[in-house]
Design a protein around this ligand. Structure first.
Ligand code: NAD
Length: 266
């Protein structure tokens, strides 16, 4: 039997075929999971529907709206999942946003509005969506929640600015949620992925340089692929990681273990 047979998995954060959420969804699907997707705003609805149409069982794959800045949309999403599925085994939260001006400007110039928006979408949304996902995960006897972070939360990566602070908050949220939800057999983990060329990442100037540095200095001397991060997502979603919670798992070919001088070595 495949690893995820009979598991109901909600995927939040697909924008296009390069999205990390799509990589995780494909890995889960390969192992027999039943999937549902969300899209953020009408503009992305068609993209998500087109991708879902490529799945062999697409007529059984629901696609729901959910903009995480709107509590009523979060509530409506989980009400519909309760009505359609009655339970949830896996919730993939792969969502982040910051205005470009708060990524390219100087750190001291970040406005409260920019800070609040980035933290609302990229960090607080994990708490709010988990609040509504929890009863459905409990109805399944437990489950796995997975989010996406980046090592700019731990060490300064130039130009990540407000997103770095949001990722630090997100990682802390993971630990507190894991502590609270553990007694319900719900695990909460984050993947800290190496740089990938996605829509969200294109807002950060210098992504190509970061990828060049990884290729040159990471212990594995290569960048990660969407498929590789998807497989790590599968691991954290599946019973193989049943004793892992509150963890930030680096999927970056080891780049994070280098010191600044290590990554600057020829
Ligand atoms: P992406 O642009 O494909 O995905 C980001 C998703 O966030 C999009 O689907 C977008 O619709 C969604 N989103 C933005 N605002 C939203 C809102 N208000 N409500 C609901 N959804 C909203 O890019 P990605 O790189 O796949 O990003 C996914 C996650 O992975 C993000 O948390 C990102 O920070 C993280 N991450 C990315 C990289 C990278 O290099 N690409 C590395 C580490 C971590």
């Amino acid at each position: 039997m495949a690893l995820m047979t009979g598991k109901k998995c909600l995927i939040m954060g697909v924008a296009n075929k390069r999205s990390i959420a799509w990589g995780v969804a494909q890995a889960l699907h390969r192992e027999g999971a039943e999937l549902a997707f969300t899209y953020a705003g009408e503009r992305l609805k068609e993209n998500v529907e087109e991708l879902v149409a490529t799945l062999p069982d697409h007529d059984r794959v629901p696609v729901y709206p959910c903009d995480v800045t709107k509590t009523e949309e979060i509530k409506a999403l989980f009400e519909r999942i309760a009505a359609d599925w009655g339970r949830l085994d896996v919730f993939v939260h792969s969502v982040a946003y910051a205005k470009q001006e708060h990524l390219i400007g100087t750190f001291t110039d970040i406005s409260w509005d920019g800070y609040a928006l980035a933290h609302h979408i990229s960090a607080y949304s994990l708490i709010e969506t988990t609040r509504y996902a929890r009863p459905l995960l409990e109805a399944a006897g437990g489950g796995s929640i997975l989010t996406m972070t980046y090592m700019a939360s731990e060490k300064v990566v130039k130009r990540y600015n407000v997103m770095a602070t949001a990722k630090a908050a997100l990682e802390c949220n993971v630990r507190y949620l894991a502590d609270e939800l553990g007694p319900s057999n719900i695990r909460v983990n984050a993947i800290s992925a190496g740089p990938l060329k996605t829509l969200a990442a294109s807002a950060v100037k210098g992504l190509t340089l970061l990828r060049d540095l990884v290729e040159e200095h990471a212990p594995m001397r290569r960048n990660v692929t969407l498929e590789e991060v998807g497989d790590v997502g599968l691991f954290l979603a599946s019973p193989l990681s049943r004793c892992v919670t509150g963890e930030v798992l680096h999927a970056d070919n080891g780049y994070n273990i280098l010191s600044a001088s290590g990554s600057a070595q020829p």
